[in-house]
Design a protein around this ligand. Structure first.
Ligand code: NDP
Ligand code: ZN
Length: 362
């Protein structure tokens, strides 16, 4: 077994071999790919990946929609698995524990943001789980979770209890934290009216968390395909954004998870005075939505902010909160050879919520 050979590699101080699925360029489809990861450092752990979620960020990255990607690229930053080896100075984990990894695997550790436990806002830049040059390891490219293993500094690994449903935990490590963080940042409370724009992997988590926090939740989608799902999951109403006249509600908070071009100002108009709009959806650079001085001033005394995933501390808090209240993503388990199909579905409106790859099928 590959993992047995990994243990031998660790004993011999060698790089750790891995296999997964990669694209070789932005127009490529996913194919099996073999590569190696850096050696196990004294504070690192080796995780056997059991499940990996597919986030829309994976699609933006694989297709170089934000910046020129680093290829070959193995995406995946919603990772859940089992610890198979630990470095000599590891204290948080032991072999056999469940563990999770999200969007980052390191940061400088020295700047104000890192010292304040906000590694995602590291001044040097966080080391992203994939499509990134790892400045802690000679700038070698990082490879993500569409693979059988990963080596990560324990500081960036989330503790997952043994009784947690791992295939549901994986998507929490990006979709969960990315929507939990702005709801906390905006201090959502019972009775608030919250709108969620874009109802996919992130949108469904925003709905579930906002409901748990006591808010009344409204969904904005560009069609009515998922209206029944929205109502079943507790939304008061689903608005079809292709029919703008119908919106009469005003909101305390809008969370936008939209990954395509759209009119931000149109949403600002729907905020109550003093309301807030948290933007997490990140459309491709070429069609990045803009907001001008007029849009802001004629929607004055409302606040717009962006939010990038969440810190390691907050991710642990989000996971504990999710497990305590049994807030889990709606998932569809797929095999590794279905990644291309999943990407197709996620970009043509045929996907429902979160695809999760079962790594036993690698
Ligand atoms: P999904 O593809 O799962 O969901 C996106 C949803 O948005 C789909 O339901 C889609 O509907 C809907 N949608 C698309 N365009 C519009 C529109 N104009 N108006 C209303 N709804 C629309 O994506 P994810 O939830 O995984 O990710 C969403 C975005 O968040 C991505 O851009 C991703 O990169 C970003 N992201 C940002 C993070 C951060 O830290 N800020 C972290 C993680 C993700 P349809 O089915 O009709 O296409
Ligand atoms: Zn993500």
């Amino acid at each position: 077994m590959l993992l047995d050979s990994n243990l031998n590699e660790i004993k011999e101080g060698k790089r750790i071999t891995a296999k997964g699925y990669a694209v070789q360029h932005k127009d490529d489809t996913f194919k099996p790919f073999e590569f190696s990861r850096h050696t196990l450092g004294e504070s690192d752990i080796l995780i056997e990946i059991l499940y990996a979620g597919i986030c829309h960020s994976d699609i933006h990255s694989a297709r170089s929609e934000w910046h020129n990607g680093i290829y070959p690229m193995v995406p995946g930053h919603e990772i859940a698995g089992r610890v198979v080896a630990v470095g000599s100075k590891v204290s948080k984990f032991k072999v056999g524990d469940y563990a999770g990894v999200g969007c980052m695997v390191n940061s400088c550790g020295e700047c104000e943001a890192c010292k304040a436990s906000n590694e995602q806002y590291c001044e040097r830049g966080m080391v992203a789980t994939y499509d990134c040059k790892d400045y802690c390891h000679n700038n070698e490219p990082t490879y993500g979770g569409y693979s059988n293993n990963i080596v990560v500094s324990e500081k960036f690994v989330i503790m997952v209890p043994q009784d947690a449903p791992l295939e549901k935990v994986a998507p929490l490590l990006c979709a969960g934290i990315t929507t939990y963080a702005p709801l906390k940042f905006s201090k959502v409370k019972a009775g608030d009216k919250v709108a969620v724009a874009g109802f996919g992997g992130l949108g469904m988590m925003a709905l579930k968390y906002a409901k748990q926090m006591g808010a009344e939740v409204f969904i904005f989608a560009r069609n009515k395909n998922k209206e029944q799902d929205a109502l079943k999951l507790g939304a008061t109403k689903l608005y079809d954004t292709t029919d703008p006249k119908i919106v009469i509600e005003r909101f305390d908070l809008i969370i936008s998870t939209i990954p395509t071009p759209y009119d931000i100002t149109a949403y600002l108009k729907l905020l109550k005075l003093g309301g807030e709009m948290g933007i997490v959806g990140l459309p491709p650079s070429e069609v990045d939505p803009k907001i001008g001085a007029q849009g802001l001033i004629f929607n004055a005394h409302k606040k717009v902010y962006g939010s990038l995933i969440g810190s390691i501390k907050e991710t642990q808090e989000m996971l504990d909160f999710s497990l305590k209240h049994k807030i889990y993503p709606e998932t569809e388990i797929i095999s590794a050879n279905q990644i291309n199909e999943a990407y197709e579905n996620l970009t043509t409106g045929r996907a429902k919520f979160r695809y999760v790859i079962d790594m036993a099928t690698l």
